[in-house]
Design a protein around this ligand. Sequence first.
Ligand SMILES: C[S@@+](CC[C@H](N)C(=O)[O-])C[C@H]1O[C@@H](n2cnc3c(N)ncnc32)[C@H](O)[C@@H]1O
Length: 271
Amino acid sequence: MPHQMPLPPTFTTAPNVARMYDYFLGGKENFAADRAMAEKVLRLVPQVRTYARLNREFLVRATLFLAGEAGITQFVDIGSGLPTQRNVHEVAQQIAPGARVVYVDNDPMVLVHARALLATDAQTRVADADLRKPSSIVGHREVLNLIDWSKPVAVLLVAVLHSITDTDDPRRIIGELCAAMAPGSYLVISHVEQRPELVRAADLYRNANAPVVPRTAEEIAALLSGLDLVEPGLVRLPLWRPRELEMWPEELDAPLLGAVGRVASTRTGGG
Ligand SMILES: C[S@@+](CC[C@H](N)C(=O)[O-])C[C@H]1O[C@@H](n2cnc3c(N)ncnc32)[C@H](O)[C@@H]1O
């Protein structure tokens, strides 16, 4: 029986970022408090559902690139969220059947669902750890069961870095993760960009279990310094190796930036 954390008393009554994202994606793993706050966000930013979908589509394209062209067979998906369609191990194993995936999150409900729905074979594990403490992820028993840090690995930080405040120092976190990654490894990020309506929406997340901190393109680019970005670099998500040539203007203008960076043999500018 997997280890189960006691749930906090406000578990269902306080809005929760993973369950709100699930609601935006059309999922059913959310409660009234999540839906009420998600609706407030939608009033400020009516395109949020599109943005959530674009984020998932980016995650799938990045995973296909990593398992295919980049030849990566081990993945650590941090801030993995509630299981949805086309989870990382399903996408990676489509191309590389031997691919191993560890899902990491610090949300008790995400962990329960991930253990039930994702960690269903020997190649997939779930780890309860906090991104703010990278060493707790790198050295986690479930991670070490599947991941050999001396070989290239892909670490995914998709739609989670904007839950890290400047006080918790996302640059330090990325530096510590990359220091553990073998040369030839890859880091994937997506991040909400700073725009007035998103700053107002982010303010609503003060009442949620994790914050949202929109950052400028320059601030997001600075998080990636020292990594070799694969083409096309840091771009709006629909423009990262698109499969469709036709896109709606609201998609092209989506305030979400993403990139895939390669860890070079000697990394400079680490945190
Ligand atoms: C918006 S969801 C993103 C899910 C998935 N990565 C995606 O892009 O589709 C953000 C996830 O990050 C998790 N998260 C937030 N802060 C975290 C932290 N400090 N450590 C680990 N997970 C965190 C939340 O619990 C949530 O499941």
